[in-house]
Every structure is written in structure tokens, then in C-alpha cells.
Design a protein around this ligand. Structure first.
Ligand SMILES: Cc1cc2nc3c(=O)[nH]c(=O)nc-3n(C[C@H](O)[C@H](O)[C@H](O)COP(=O)(O)O)c2cc1C
Length: 258
């Protein structure tokens, strides 16, 4: 199985490169041939939406002086994809978006894709960006498997999880499972964890994983009282967003200072 493993970080070392490396290692250990691509080392100009573009029906591109078309070939030739993207302002960073805008998809579909979104600051956007990445890959005909939102609160476990998921990608999802149309792709996508959450769900998730992080740091006392606050939020549906934001800030502060 040929896996294309793409990292969208401008850094060679860091959260998203580390997660990508771990997932790629898992896939290799399971016997896959893995090609790692660091987008920061490639020249990728933004799509210019040219008139009469050849790209929709053929492996061609009017932009000739960068690596976009070569990457599009790799994207189409792989049997499975791993992609790790840093989160900037609650969305995908520009490098990943420019890459995605230059991709097109021609023949087979239903190949597995393991998306990872790494929000290394407050964590906000880890789910939102993961949804955007997963939606784009669904549009390109991939079948999303095991989507991973990663933040500072779950980073430690995330590295071993990424390795395990890279292995599973090869051992359990090696056969393409074609999707009959985009609607079926949406149905599959929305059956997966995280994919139907809104930004308030994301704040509640961040609070929960920060509390779990506090427990791992041995701060059970603090974790218990913050967990009670989290449970109590269900009594305030009318101003849940405001209260969820306050709790996220509190749990983040507790995690960062413990
Ligand atoms: C312009 C910019 C915007 C960012 N916005 C967010 C954000 O919305 N949420 C977050 O958790 N982290 C944010 N970060 C932090 C990145 O997610 C973090 O640096 C990420 O892990 C990328 O690092 P990496 O290249 O080592 O993976 C931002 C960083 C930059 C440079």
C-alpha cells in the first residue's frame, strides 16, 4: 500500500510534523510504502482560477513553475493519505489551504484518509479545522477514517495514538471502499466523531480534555471542581456559549499553570 503523508506546518519539528512522523511510522511498521511530503519544502502557488482550466478533466495545470502538479500526481496515485495541518485562527493554515486548492481528483474513490488538525495554542479550532480538512478530502473522493483533533491538552497521548492510527490505516482500511456519490461521502463523514460539532461543542470538549490533562498531572482536586462546573453547564442552555468560553479559559489556565 502506497501512503502519501503530508505535513502542512512551516516547521520541520513541532506538533504537526511530530504527529505526521508518528502516523507515518505506524503505517511503515504495518508494511506500507510511505512518502512524506513537507509542504514547507515545496513551492505551491495559490490556484488562480484561470479561464478554461485544463485541471478539471486532466492531469494538467496552467501554473508550470511550481510543485503543484507533481503533488497532484502523488495525491492521485497514493492508496491512502495521512495529512497533518496546523490550526491558525480556528481554521486551516494558508499552506494547507493553498495545497488543497491545487488538488483535483480524477478516477477511483473511497481511498482512506487520516486527517490530523493540530491546534497548539488555546486549542480552539482543533475540531473546526479538522472538519474543514475532512470535508475537503471527502470532496476529493477520500473516505475519512479516525479523524484526530490535537491540542496541548492531549498532545502526549496523541503521538502514540497517531502511530497506532497510522498502523490501523494500513491494516484495517487498506481496501478502498468507494462512495457512490458526494452525498454518501457526507453521510459517512457525519457518522464520524467530531464532524457534526459546533464551536460551543468544541469549547466543551477542550474543557473536558484539559480537565483530563489535569488529572494526569496529579491535580485531581482541581480537576474535580472544574468537572463539576462542566456538568453544571447543562443547567444554562440559554447562555451556554458564554459560560463554555469562560470555563475553557479557566481549564486552560489551570492546565497551563499546573
Ligand atoms: C497565525 C497563527 C494563528 C494561530 N491560531 C491558533 C488557533 O486559532 N488556535 C490554536 O490552538 N492555536 C493557534 N495557533 C498556534 C498553532 O496552532 C501552533 O503553532 C500549531 O501547533 C502549529 O505548530 P506546529 O507547526 O509545530 O504544528 C496559531 C499560530 C499562528 C502562527
Amino acid at each position: 500500500m502506497k501512503i502519501l503523508a503530508i505535513c502542512g506546518s512551516p516547521h520541520r519539528e513541532g506538533l504537526s510534523p511530530g504527529l505526521l512522523k508518528a502516523a507515518a511510522e505506524g503505517a511503515r511498521l504495518a508494511g506500507a510504502e510511505v512518502e512524506v511530503v513537507l509542504l514547507a519544502e515545496k513551492r505551491i502557488k495559490p490556484c488562480i482560477a484561470c479561464p478554461s482550466p485544463p485541471c478539471w478533466t486532466s492531469m494538467e495545470c496552467n501554473i508550470k513553475d511550481d510543485d503543484g502538479l507533481h503533488l497532484r500526481k502523488l495525491f492521485n496515485e497514493c492508496d491512502g493519505l495521512i495529512i497533518s495541518a496546523p490550526v491558525y485562527f480556528l481554521g486551516l493554515n494558508g499552506l494547507v489551504k493553498d495545497f488543497l486548492d491545487r488538488m483535483r481528483y480524477y478516477h477511483s474513490n473511497g481511498k482512506p484518509a487520516l486527517p490530523i488538525a493540530a491546534a497548539g495554542g488555546t486549542g480552539k479550532g482543533c475540531v473546526k479545522a479538522l472538519q474543514d480538512l475532512s470535508t475537503s478530502l471527502t470532496v476529493f473522493g477520500f473516505r475519512i477514517v479516525m479523524p484526530m483533533p490535537v491540542t496541548r491538552y492531549n498532545a502526549e497521548e496523541a503521538f502514540s495514538q497517531a502511530k497506532e492510527r497510522g498502523r490501523k490505516l494500513v491494516e484495517e482500511f487498506s481496501e478502498p471502499k468507494p462512495l457512490s456519490n458526494l452525498g454518501e461521502g457526507y453521510a459517512w463523514l457525519y457518522s464520524l466523531p467530531y464532524m457534526t460539532w459546533n464551536l460551543v461543542d468544541e469549547l466543551l470538549y477542550l474543557s473536558r480534555i484539559a480537565i483530563e490533562g489535569l488529572r494526569r498531572k496529579g491535580r485531581d482536586d482541581l480537576a474535580e471542581s472544574l468537572y463539576s462546573e462542566l456538568l453544571a453547564l447543562e443547567n444554562y442552555p440559554e447562555d451556554l456559549a458564554v459560560r463554555a468560553m469562560v470555563l475553557h479559559q479557566k481549564t486552560m489556565h489551570a492546565f497551563n499553570t499546573s
